[in-house]
Design a protein around this ligand. Structure first.
Ligand code: FAD
Ligand code: SF4
Length: 507
């Protein structure tokens, strides 16, 4: 054998360049389902089904020489690969850069100890290669998304007219922060569902039997698991939801888990669809007058900007990210993250839909579960393991910077200059969760106080030395300065009570 070509579970691109270029006479593809990928974090059942079912569908569509190990053959990737390196003795191993530093290390170690050459190539799925990202980052003290995003717009010509952004503005964020108001979103268009076929149903049964105690439900499972379904999901989003994507991008509503979000992250991260295809379809919707510029620019920013940017940062700073804990957070992850059992309506809703679908949209992840963990001071590694476990789209290169950088400020500000902190008043403004909640978002000190609000003021107090002079937090600290000494100690007392109650599952 000349090349053993590894195709990892998140590399299911129908145009996978190493598959397209392989020589059937001398090369062989290699895929493996291993328990380790389900257990290194306590994975949601839907996440397991998405990965395993998509792998099996990809396998069934291949007609090239292939070694495929089904679950139960090997416990982990290293054992599986080492066995085949010995049995097949290929001249080389070829693989696209994995989505996870841990997996990359395992592959390197296997090839080293077998004495087999490893060719690891950058994944052309991404629009910014790691070399290009390094060139962009070179010499910069701070890595600001907006700078990166404009650079990407210019170099790809996306939404550009000569050197200027179409519509005259780079950024429509200001237009994209509206809440739904008292009457809510009405009836948002439902998203296309993909009924599990026989392959998916077999995987669902396997997961239920093998990992019965894992979190999450499969009852509502309807994620795309093939490239054809991913394309249908894109068309459905462009037609029915993109026009409304922008204005209410940050808003939340009870029992509305998806609203106008694309839900394309899982298809993108498994590489069932190319980001260029997604961006082109959105830009075309603007060009044809189907969707307004604030929606299209807001959507393009997420994929051309954020998605590429976090991948560059991940590979630039791994494995250092894993030890980051700039705010010395040391609380354990509260049990409510795994069962959604709490009187906090915002948390019950967000965790509840996460367990049901393996999905929550960005502001729920950032400003509900992420915010509560940040305010509480949960150990970064524990909240990172939770995010990596519970979302169907979770792959470490995208999850980790979003969690440790953007959401928990564990990186000390490499990614976002200030922590995303807010009180329950923010949640009240952006959702209807507070209506009917047992807690009061305006109260910080009594037994009825909103835990977000109490912990918000407590966070400002605990980190005053670090953030009081921060240019973008002055307004928040000016309000904190108005609190009397009595109010401050009442906040601190209630915050300590909240910390006890939350760990006892009584909040
Ligand atoms: P839409 O709102 O429709 O956005 C369109 C696309 O843009 C998404 O599909 C996604 O590919 C991309 N995108 C949007 N925001 C981001 C972002 N901040 N970083 C990178 N790409 C982005 N995204 C993941 O794909 N996997 C994760 O494991 C993940 N973990 C996260 C953890 C935390 C704490 C936070 C705050 C965010 C995380 N995100 C993650 C980013 C974002 O929340 C999801 O991409 C998004 O909610 C997926 O839903 P959607 O496809 O409906 O997105
Ligand atoms: Fe969440 Fe506080 Fe609002 Fe209740 S009052 S929903 S705990 S923000």
């Amino acid at each position: 054998m000349r090349d053993l070509i590894l195709v990892l579970g998140d590399q299911l691109d129908p145009e996978h360049p190493l598959i397209t270029a392989m020589d059937r006479a001398q090369d062989c593809l290699w895929m493996a389902e291993v328990d380790e990928e389900a257990t290194h974090v306590w994975s949601h059942k839907a996440r397991l089904v998405v990965f395993l079912s998509a792998m099996r569908h990809r396998r069934d569509a291949l007609d090239q020489p292939l070694i495929y190990h089904e679950l139960g053959t090997y416990p982990d990737l290293a054992t599986a690969l080492s066995a085949d390196l010995e049995a097949q003795a290929p001249q080389r191993v070829r693989v696209l850069k994995p989505g996870d530093w841990r997996v990359e290390q395992a592959i390197r170690r296997c090839c080293d100890s077998a004495g087999i050459e490893l060719c690891m190539e950058d994944d052309p799925h991404f629009m910014c290669s790691l070399d290009d990202f390094a060139a962009w980052a070179q010499g910069r003290k701070r890595f600001v998304l907006e700078d990166f995003y404009r650079w990407m717009r210019k170099r790809t010509g996306t939404l550009m007219q000569a050197d200027e952004p179409v519509g005259g503005r780079w950024n429509y964020d200001e237009d994209n922060r509206a809440s739904f108001g008292r009457h809510g979103p009405g009836s948002p268009p439902t998203r296309q569902r993909f009924t599990p076929d026989a392959t998916t149903r077999a995987v669902m049964a396997l997961v239920e039997q093998r990992w019965a105690d894992h979190p999450g439900s499969l009852e509502a499972f309807d994620w795309p698991v093939t490239a054809t379904q991913a394309q249908q999901a894109l068309e459905d989003f462009i037609k029915y939801r993109l026009p409304d994507f922008g204005t209410h991008q940050d808003a939340m509503w009870t029992d509305e888990p998806f609203l106008s979000h694309s839900t394309l992250s899982v298809a993108l991260n498994l590489k069932l669809i190319d980001p260029r295809t997604v961006i082109d379809a959105a830009v075309e919707a603007w060009a044809s007058g189907h969707a307004p510029i604030n929606a299209v620019e807001g959507f393009v920013r997420q994929i051309l900007g954020w998605r590429e940017y976090v991948r560059g940062l991940y590979w630039r700073d791994m494995p250092g990210w894993l030890d980051d804990n700039a705010l010395d957070a040391d609380e354990p992850l509260p049990p409510m993250y795994w069962d959604g059992q709490t009187n906090m309506r915002c948390m019950a809703q967000t965790v509840g839909q996460t367990l049901q679908y393996g999905y929550a949209h960005h502001i729920q992840r950032l400003m509900i579960t992420g915010l509560f963990s940040l305010l509480l001071g949960v150990r970064p590694r524990e909240i990172h393991a939770w995010y990596l476990a519970v979302y169907v789209d979770a792959v470490e290169w995208v999850e980790l910077p979003n969690t440790l950088g953007m959401s928990q400020h564990a990186d000390g500000g490499r990614m976002a200059s200030k922590p995303y902190v807010a009180s329950g008043q923010y949640v009240k403004r952006m959702s209807n969760y507070c209506r009917g909640c047992r807690y009061d978002p305006a109260d910080a000190t009594t037994d009825d106080a909103c835990p977000m609000t109490t912990l918000y003021w407590d966070f400002l107090a605990r980190h005053e030395d670090r953030f009081a002079d921060h240019r973008r937090m002055r307004f928040q600290y000016r309000n904190y300065a108005r609190k009397t000494a009595g109010e401050r100690s009442a906040i601190s007392r209630r915050a300590n009570a909240v910390r006890r109650l939350v760990q006892d599952g009584q909040l």
